[in-house]
Ligand binder design. Structure first.
Ligand code: BES
Ligand code: MN
Ligand code: ZN
Length: 500
């Protein structure tokens, strides 16, 4: 789908479809809507006067243009009341509108941006609209071999029409950034939606290498033997039961000269059976998404490379399957992480923290001054916060505040979770430095306390995305399936660092 920006009267657009917006309770049309209404001899005014169109958010009416404007069809789109006029509301509306237009097989579409940019910063508004369209129109249907099994319809292009020419440069910048952020999110979705037989650690590594070649990133893939030499006993203990070779993936972006890098560390379990502490069968297929953290950090690097901020960033993605097998790690086994700490593995299904321990240790060895890990770590996160906010832990207030600012820009909401010292008591082991589970209470917090030990004194934040990795239904910019959260937040964070 092409996304472009133009100025000029909406009524003159030569696309197949033009979309104009009407607010709830609006009596008199203005701007673009008034222009199109005049060309259609007041048909839209009639719709409003006769109570045939209320302007509620998501309401759509299609009118044939009868040759009175160049476009074949006019879509009147309800945008709701004032409350929906936020960047988040705009993004969600564009997502819903994009899918509605696809259902109409709308072809080339021109959309008035006026209502969007009236009260908001034009660049931010354009970014939100572009994100909404690109994210909302995403679909993962490559494995349907019959066309009739794929969702019908298409949108060939969307042209955003900005009536005020002086705003055009800001709108173009916003659309470009929004497209880059949304395409990176869609890349993460693609990696996460792919079934585990087609997204093995080897395939994730190949995808990272391809991305690096395309975007001018450096890519290093650490194989099992090298991981052994580096002392990554915690990470390798998860890989022990799998026939698939583990791949510890590192992507490097150099934009900041000799600065020390920011590290983004993503959990990359390409399938989580639980290992010897086997998960129940029902719903286990969801665990193909247990590499969403890795997908998010890899995909974020695509947007970072394209936006080229003046910082250094490394993405670290320890990837492996978690399988039961003859060589698999057993409950009670003791393993050693790269930083020398010993871990008693009481439950092989608490594997995410084991791969992240070495991911964090490796990032510190690379000289990272900020550590941010992203992981589908605990089912308990869904109990605490559900799928609305991402539970976020940090050992540093300033870092948390920076992340919160980034999440305000992205609309991917965070919520700070506690790390009180007392919680650490729950993961003290009788036989090793730490144990990998702390029992039923405070499951997300004890997991975070475990990771905190591997950050040592480095400023660190941990985003537990277990509850937000997939969406149950299409809604706004979200599409059923992997969400690609929190790619846009990570990129905004990095951009914020570059601005200083
Ligand atoms: N990958 C799971 C967590 C998860 C659950 C992600 C649901 C997405 C949706 C993780 O490895 C896991 O199994 N966690 C255990 C930890 C427990 C054994 C301490 C859990 O949450 O039950
Ligand atoms: Mn698990
Ligand atoms: Zn897992």
């Amino acid at each position: 789908m092409q996304l472009q920006v133009t100025s000029g009267p909406i009524a003159a657009q030569t696309t197949d479809t033009v979309v104009i917006e009407v607010s709830e309770g609006q009596r008199r049309l203005t701007g673009a809507a008034a222009q199109v209404d005049a060309a259609l001899d007041g048909t839209i005014t009639t719709l409003l006067r006769e109570g045939l169109f209320a302007g509620r958010a998501g309401e759509l009416t299609t009118l044939p243009s009868l040759g009175r404007v160049p476009a074949k069809r006019v879509v009147v789109h309800g945008v709701g009341g004032e409350a929906a006029r936020t960047l988040d509301g705009l993004r969600a509306r564009a997502g819903n509108l994009g899918r509605a237009l696809r259902g109409l097989d709308a072809g080339h579409v021109a959309v008035s941006l006026q209502a969007a940019t009236d009260h908001l910063d034009p660049e931010a508004a354009a970014r939100a609209v572009a994100e909404g369209f690109v994210l909302g129109l995403y679909r993962f249907d490559k494995h349907h071999t019959r066309a009739e099994d794929r969702p019908r319809g298409s949108v060939a292009s969307i042209t955003l029409v900005e009536p005020t020419a002086s705003r055009l440069p800001a709108v173009r910048r916003g659309v470009e950034a929004g497209r880059i952020l949304a395409e990176a999110t869609n890349l993460a979705r693609d990696l996460g939606n792919e079934p585990a037989n087609l997204m093995t650690p080897t395939i994730v590594a190949e995808r990272a290498q391809t991305l690096a070649a395309e975007c001018g990133l450096e890519c290093e893939v650490i194989e099992r033997a090298e991981a052994e030499r580096l002392g990554m006993g915690s990470y390798l203990s998860v890989a022990a039961g799998s026939a698939q070779p583990p791949k510890f993936i590192v992507l490097r972006y150099h934009g900041g000269g000799r600065q020390k890098p920011i590290a983004l560390v993503g959990k990359g379990i390409t399938f989580d059976t639980g290992g010897i502490s086997l998960k129940p069968g029902a719903g286990m297929e969801r665990m193909k998404g247990d590499m969403t953290g890795a997908a998010a950090v890899i995909a974020s690097m695509q947007a970072i490379a394209r936006l080229a901020p003046a910082v250094n960033v490394i993405a670290v993605a320890p990837c492996t399957e978690n399988m039961p097998g003859g060589n698999a790690t057993k409950p009670g086994d003791v393993v050693y992480a790269m930083d020398g700490q010993s871990i008693e593995v009481l439950n092989t299904d608490a594997e995410g923290r084991l791969v992240l321990a070495d991911g964090l240790a490796y990032a510190r060895r690379e000289g990272a001054t900020t550590l941010i890990d992203i992981a589908t770590l605990t089912g308990a996160m869904n109990v605490a916060l559900g799928s609305v906010r991402i539970g976020t832990f940090a050992n540093n207030d300033r870092l948390y505040q920076e992340l919160e600012r980034a999440s305000t820009a992205s609309g991917e909401r965070l919520w700070r979770m506690p790390l009180d010292a007392e919680y650490f008591e729950l993961i003290k082991s009788d036989v090793a430095d730490l144990k990998n589970t702390g029992g039923a209470a405070a499951g997300s917090i004890t997991a975070a306390k475990f990771l905190e030990r591997f950050a040592h004194d480095t400023p660190w934040a941990h985003l537990d995305i277990a509850a937000v990795m997939d969406a149950a239904a299409d809604r706004g910019e979200q599409v059923k399936g992997n969400t690609g959260r929190p790619v846009r937040t990570l990129v905004h964070f990095v951009l914020g660092r570059a601005r200083g």
